[in-house]
Design a protein around this ligand. Sequence first.
Ligand code: XMP
Length: 552
Amino acid sequence: QIAILDFGSQYSHLIARRLRELHIFCELYSCLVTKEELFGGTTTEDDHPKQIIGIILSGGPNSVYDPKAPHVAEGVWKEIEERKIPLLGICYGMQELAHVFGGKVAPCEKREYGKATVVVTTAPTTTTPDDGTTADGSGDEDVSPLLAGLPNEFDVWMSHGDKLHEVPTGFRAVVLYYRKPAPRTPPTWPLKISTQMWGIQFHPEVTHSPFGKDLLRNFAVNIVGAKQDWIMSDYAQEFMQDVRMKVGEHGHVIGAVSGGVDSTVAAVLMTRAIGHRFHAILVDNGCLRKDEATQVLKRMRDDCGVNLRCVYAQDRFLSQLKGVTDPEVKRKIIGGTFIDIFQEEAKMIEEENGIHCDFLLQGTLYPDVIESVSYKGPSATIKTHHNVGGLPASMKLKLIEPLRELFKDEVRELGIALGIDEVSVWRHPFPGPGLAIRILGEVTPERVAILQEADAIVIEELVNSGHYRKIGQAFVVLLPVKSVGVMGDGRTYENVACVRCVETTDYMTADFYHLPHDILGRMSSRVINEVVGINRLCYDISSKPPATIEWE
Ligand code: XMP
């Protein structure tokens, strides 16, 4: 495997993602990993040592010359050199490489952020770096393996405040970059010595570096010699082996599931790893979509064999929501009640089976991790998002998060690799508080029933017309207004509903989906004719920002 040592860059997981896309087996480790952890005979179940064949040092927010900066352990460096393990340093990783081998890293005059153009200079030179050309002249090394197939000039993405001022002895500079349209600035360096160590200042892992993936492939395949035979189902195998070790032969795991793709994939993985020692709980809070609990039970319990129990708590939730119109209060009530029920149910499972659950399964994805880590500063609460995972620390459960390194599309790929049905895999996200935040104003059982019917029709039309999978999220909102209509010869005075369909990849920004008029027409005619209580249907054409995806 290729080991990625993470120095804390926002992009570290993207390195792993790009390698996975190239079907190369890799794993992320802390930059402070010890020699024993990295090389020391870690074994997989079939007793083959995990062999580290290449190393990538990620970027990071620190300065290598800062006394508190993180560094690769001495033992690890020694092992890399002795075993001649090819290494690629990216941004901070390159600076770490240079710093350790005696080069000089210092601050840039100005932080360099954004697009730059790389110009490849292959001829060895002997001039100093600061005159805008390359230095050292140590070698005839062939730079082509790293840059094979890349043009002589290509755009890259950078984000750094420090750069290399002196190349360490034994390394040489082979590329310089300049920013358009400014004149050449002193170069930053890919480096190479006989032990196959390379460094680049820019970030090949981001999509804004169009040739970045080619460069990573060149490193992993041409230089390291990695095989491109890794597939998503290998991820499942690795997880299952790891989790069996962690939970042990008798341990029990508990987790809440909603039937969405994340919790379904996590639950199926867990079930395949430890069978019925995983206890899943589905809470029907009375604000789910039409027939949702029944369908989730069928898909997860009957089709995937998950040890799942459903708590039917509609009355408990709906009675607490009586008279409540404030969206944040709705969220608090639903979140709080959910936690109470989950704890009660967990206790019941333990008592009934004479067991103790030490672990909690959560379907946290990588974007959730970045969001929670990067939003440290004070920020306005737009909405309190209660996910099923928001359980109290007092439960003292150890977390298991199998999807923590994956992005949504990778989770879907994993779901498909696990043979999970397409309905679960392609399901749009659904908020924890469910229809309660799509019923503007008071949530009553009658209004829930009206919305469930309208929503089911709209989703059915999207699926049948082939638009469902192109849309990030689609749903209906029930508005707190009534409008006059005419049906047959009579006047109606009924609810107005609104269809919301958005295109988005990260749910942080979104645009309204341009749904063809004939489909809108069919939805409207079906909803108004089939759903008693709605006589007008609108389409939401707002983007996020300034609107949000949900209405509340
Ligand atoms: P907004 O409305 O903030 O939604 O643009 C972004 C994404 O988050 C979902 N969402 C929630 N999910 N609990 C959740 O679990 C919540 O309270 C909540 N509010 C919004 C929303 O459906 C969209 O996918």
